[in-house]
Design a protein around this ligand. Structure first.
Ligand SMILES: [Fe+2]
Length: 338
């Protein structure tokens, strides 16, 4: 079976942060191994000199890709180097979205990685100005998903490999917008861009929670769980202060852990008491969590995740919304009986 983490790209598309697999024997290249993480432009140039046309990269071992222009500092949260402005990070995403030379599969992968970098940068410093900048990138992501079905399907196929808040943000953002697209097609009653911002920022409150709780490799204690459950309200409050989001987008942040059977938090709202957008986001959020790696369990394949949602959690969700979600993954076997 084809490994979904392996992607074929051209040498011209190589970027720092990609984990590359050279289709060459050990004596046909100058590197220690034929598979490694690209860390410099120099390595890219050496690969180009080999004259190999098609190359594979392993997404599960790649980092979010940076494409610094001349003289521009590279993003690095750990090294203490100067970070690029939010504007620069967002511009890279917008440039990739409008790059007509990229095939849908490659565009999905590159756009996703730039989105992750954008959300990482934003969540490290969620000021009003930075949210304003990121909104431009999210708005372009919404346009891409609304107008480019091929790239959207590849975006839906890529599941997460880590449990960082910024990776979830992109996963839930893409899933939420795609679900809204399938439900609201042709309707002018929904501001898809505002909705998209809400989906991308749904977990922003986590930056105000003790990070040792967020990244704890194991079950949370009752006390830690109580603390974790504050993130929707904290996120809502933070966004109110920045005055950058519509009320409907902020409701997504506040209600994405509410469940239609009343089992959610922070308020334990039921059914129609939860805003429609909150009900949408809860489905995307649970699916993205199940299909992402966690410190204590491996990610599930899409079908298995959808099956668990149907068999064990269906009362948490509005059924017709869940059906629309399942249809996006072309898994009709899960549709009946609900
Ligand atoms: Fe959350």
């Amino acid at each position: 079976m084809k490994n979904p983490d392996l992607q074929s790209i051209t040498v011209a598309e190589l970027k720092i942060g990609m984990y590359v697999i050279l289709p060459l024997a050990w004596d046909e290249h100058p590197f220690l191994k034929n598979h490694f993480l690209i860390q410099s432009e120099k390595e890219i140039n050496k690969i180009k000199e080999l004259g190999t046309k098609g190359i594979q990269i392993d997404l599960s071992k790649s980092r979010p890709v940076e494409t610094p222009s001349a003289g521009e500092p590279q993003a690095s949260s750990a090294s203490g180097q100067q970070k690029p402005e939010q504007r620069v990070v967002t511009e890279k995403l917008v440039t990739a979205i409008h790059d007509k030379s990229l095939l849908p599969e490659n565009k999905a992968r590159i756009v996703r990685q730039h989105s992750i970098t954008m959300m990482k940068s934003l969540l490290e410093n969620p000021t009003a100005q930075n949210i304003k900048e990121a909104k431009k990138g999210i708005s372009e992501m919404v346009s891409l998903i609304l107008t480019d079905d091929a790239t959207m399907h590849y975006l839906l196929d890529i599941t997460s490999h880590d449990f960082y808040t910024y990776t979830y943000s992109v996963g839930v953002g893409v899933l939420g917008i795609a679900l809204a697209k399938s439900l609201f097609k042709g309707s002018t009653n929904h501001d898809m861009r505002a909705l998209g911002v809400g989906f991308f920022l749904h977990d922003v409150g986590k930056i105000l929670i003790d990070q040792s709780i967020i990244t704890k490799p194991g079950k949370l204690t009752a006390e830690e769980m109580q603390e974790m459950r504050r993130h929707p309200s904290l996120g809502y409050r933070l966004l109110q202060e920045t005055r950058q989001l519509t009320e409907e987008a902020k409701i997504i942040v506040l209600q994405h852990h509410e469940r239609v059977d009343g089992a959610g938090y922070p308020k334990g709202l039921r059914g129609g008491e939860i805003h429609l957008y909150g009900r949408l986001c809860s489905i995307a959020d649970v699916y993205d969590a199940l299909t992402s790696d966690r410190p204590y369990r491996k990610k599930l394949p899409p079908f298995a995740a959808l099956k668990i949602m149907k068999d064990e959690m269906i009362n948490h969700f509005q059924r017709d919304l869940f059906q629309a979600f399942v249809l996006m993954f072309k898994a009709p076997a899960l549709l009946s009986p609900l």
